[in-house]
Design a binder for this molecule. Structure first.
Ligand SMILES: [Zn+2]
Length: 398
């Protein structure tokens, strides 16, 4: 038997040693001192959004719910996929999750719970920004190789919810309810000796339902290789240019030249997909070319994590908090027009948007009551659609 990998399994995440040890010690002390029934409200807020991004996508809630389901707690949250700002106009942190119950029943889950939203929200936000930079053109998430395989499903789901159209791993695609997307590695062409041999073999062996997209930058000039690929594969859907940076020159012009050559040879329906070290900025440089879609890896997978934290704001019904945090059970509000955020102490307050004057909406919902799910589970497709809809409202996406 090979030695165990350094990845926690589900049981270890739910009940095991991945929690920070100080939570376990706290629970022991509270129990020993007869304080394990002390009722508290904890809120989860984000201190600031990285990279001076004006907004972020809240992602990972479903996994938090799966972690906390069955505990004797109530959990309230803004819906997964909500586009939010960290603070209101008075710089009060907006609570995205509120948990009420005995602190010793949920405190030990803080480490796992925060990890389940901090990283996914960063990845989803980065994906949404890439989707906007791509002006709605197709974006495939190819970044799994940059992160540990143990979180491939989490990454793919977060990319998809943020707006990516497809993900590269079968594991992640199953979670998203889609088909995995991908071409072949350059290694296939190198192993088989030529583009033509590899393209024909792909067409012969791979399920006809899989769209035929060929990677054309292995040996020769993309212009000639693109036309050759069209001649090798009857029902070719696209060509992918993963052109190395040393050969790239002006990528936009290269893409337009390949488009011209495809068109003039009668292959108008064959799309051009670009990949290779792309990020939000380099996509903006080429988006107005004949490119139809993008494969994006590192820049999404390696997105900055968001700094969500969990803090007690109420004890036995009385407001309380540590220095630097605002006390009291609070409700999240958002302006339906410009997405400025608001905070109030009641769920039915009249909160006006300072920026545009619209009446803000209270956006928190009950999710768990006494550990039982009371909010309908939404699919990644539904959540992704809501993210795209919000991006259109913000006019970030046409
Ligand atoms: Zn507003």
């Amino acid at each position: 038997m090979p030695e165990k990998l350094f990845v926690a399994d589900e049981e270890e995440i739910r009940h095991g040693t991945v929690m920070d040890v100080y939570f376990d010690r706290t629970k022991k002390i509270l129990e020993a001192k007869g304080l394990s029934k002390v009722q508290a409200v904890a809120e989860v807020t984000c201190g600031s959004i990285p990279n001076k991004w004006p907004w972020a996508v809240f992602c990972g809630l479903e996994e938090v719910v799966r972690l906390m389901e069955g505990l004797p707690i109530d959990l309230y949250a803004v819906p997964e996929g909500t586009i939010f700002k960290a603070r209101d106009s008075a710089s009060v942190r907006v609570p995205l999750i509120n948990i009420s119950g005995a602190y010793s029943d949920f405190g030990v889950y803080e480490t796992a719970m925060l990890g389940m939203i901090c990283q996914p929200s960063g990845v989803a936000t980065s994906s949404a920004r890439v989707k906007c930079a791509a002006k709605g053109k197709t974006v495939f998430a190819f970044g799994n190789r940059r992160m540990h395989p143990g979180i491939a499903g989490v990454l793919d789901r977060s990319c998809f919810i943020g707006g990516c159209d497809g993900v590269s791993s079968t594991f992640g695609a199953d979670i998203c309810g889609t088909e995995a997307v991908g071409t072949v590695p350059h290694a296939l062409m190198l192993t088989m000796g030529s583009n033509e041999a590899a393209f024909k073999a792909f067409d012969e062996i791979i399920d006809p339902k899989v769209p035929r997209i060929m990677l054309i930058d292995t040996f020769e000039d993309e212009r000639a290789a693109a036309v050759a690929a069209c001649r090798s594969v009857k029902d070719l859907k696209g060509v992918r240019l993963d052109t190395p940076s040393s050969r790239r020159g002006n990528f936009k012009e290269l893409i337009n030249e390949v488009r011209w050559e495809l068109d003039i040879n009668g292959y108008k329906d064959v799309k051009i997909i670009a990949s290779g070290g792309l990020n939000e900025d380099s996509i903006k440089d080429i988006v107005d070319s004949a490119v139809a879609g993008f494969g994006v890896g590192t820049s999404i997978a390696n997105a900055p994590t968001l700094d969500f934290s969990m803090d007690l704001v109420e004890k036995e019904g009385k407001p309380i908090s540590k220095r630097g945090k605002f006390s009291g059970r609070k409700f999240a509000y958002r302006c339906p027009c410009c997405f400025e955020m608001g905070v109030a102490l009641t769920p039915d307050a009249e909160v006006r948007c300072d920026k545009c004057g619209c009446a803000m909406e209270m956006i928190e919902k009950p999710v768990l009551k006494a550990g039982k799910r009371v909010d309908k589970m939404r699919t990644p497709k539904e959540i992704r659609e809501s993210v795209l809809e919000q991006l259109r409202t913000l006019k970030e996406l046409a």
